[in-house]
Design a protein around this ligand. Structure first.
Ligand code: NDP
Length: 261
């Protein structure tokens, strides 16, 4: 994609000398973010639960270091982050669970909140003091178009994604004068396992092929296709840039216009 290449060149090495932590950096959007930050000159560490995909990301050169951990284990995060400092924190790890509200197990609300709110909050709490001490830091939370609008059948996910945008705005104000910014990037439907698995599931239930399900789905979207992970990553690199110092508390929507259609 020519536009994407131009973007990569613009940010080339602009983040040299900075360190970044990307949760869920082994696959999907997080992998693209890790790759883009590495290309921009950052020393990148990724977190995920499975060694095989973490190792594969390192083998591809997407990141420099990996940590195997479940971000919802808040106690584990305290020991994992002890003595570590990062200039850039990207809270990306997470999944979506869908079910009609009346059939949704209360545990799903706790799980969505743990992944999309409690883990980002705890990592921010642990890493913020060093950012404030240095007078520079970037916290970038991966929200969703579900941070700004409702969707049927995913109430717990939508509620948790609204909550992370609320945390983003509140924390942004607390650090506004201290060289640290806190923003969210809110992707629309993006081509990763999370979406493609759900298309495959719909295909199985309706007797259509996954390609038919996808074609019908994207035909209703302004962009006419899914968002690419690299397009989400570009917004993250932009917000991480030292020159983005006056962009604070924002939810940058990367959805090809879906939320304004
Ligand atoms: P994927 O399923 O493709 O990747 C998820 C990543 O997060 C993997 O690296 C996974 O690794 C890791 N992960 C998941 N749970 C945990 C956990 N508890 N602890 C540590 N790592 C974890 O998802 P996407 O890339 O699609 O989604 C990434 C983020 O983007 C999520 O926050 C999602 O809500 C958001 N988003 C996605 C959209 C989409 O359409 N795809 C749209 C809008 C927002 P492992 O399984 O090995 O732990």
């Amino acid at each position: 994609m020519a536009g994407q290449r131009q973007g990569e060149q613009y940010h080339q090495q602009r983040l040299a000398g900075l360190t970044a932590l990307v949760t869920g950096g082994s696959r999907g959007i997080g992998l693209a973010i890790a790759q883009a930050l590495t290309q921009a000159g950052c020393e990148v560490t990724i977190i995920g639960r499975h060694a095989a995909s973490l190792d594969e990301a390192l083998r591809q050169g997407a990141a420099h270091h990996s940590l195997r951990a479940d971000v919802t284990d808040l106690g584990g995060l305290v020991s994992l982050m002890a003595g570590r400092h990062f200039d850039i924190l990207v809270n990306n790890a997470g999944s979506a669970v869908s079910a009609p509200f009346s059939q949704q197990d209360p545990a799903v609300f706790a799980a969505m909140s743990a992944q999309h709110l409690a883990a980002p909050a705890e990592l921010s709490r642990l890493l913020l003091p060093a950012m404030l001490g240095k007078g520079f830091g970037r916290i970038i939370n991966i929200g969703s178009t579900a941070s700004v609008q409702g969707y049927q059948g995913v109430a717990a996910y939508v509620a948790a994604k609204h909550a992370i945008l609320g945390l983003t705005r509140a924390l942004a104000l607390e650090v506004a004068k201290k060289g640290v910014t806190v923003n969210a990037v809110c992707p629309g439907f993006t081509a990763t396992d999370m979406i493609l698995d759900s298309m495959a599931d719909t295909a199985r239930k309706t007797g259509q092929s996954p390609e038919e399900v996808l074609a019908k789905f994207v035909s209703r979207k302004p962009l006419g296709r899914l968002v690419e992970p690299a397009e989400v990553a570009f917004a993250v690199v932009m917000l991480a840039d030292p020159l983005a110092s006056a962009i604070n508390g924002q939810g940058v929507i990367v959805d090809g216009g879906e939320s304004i259609a």
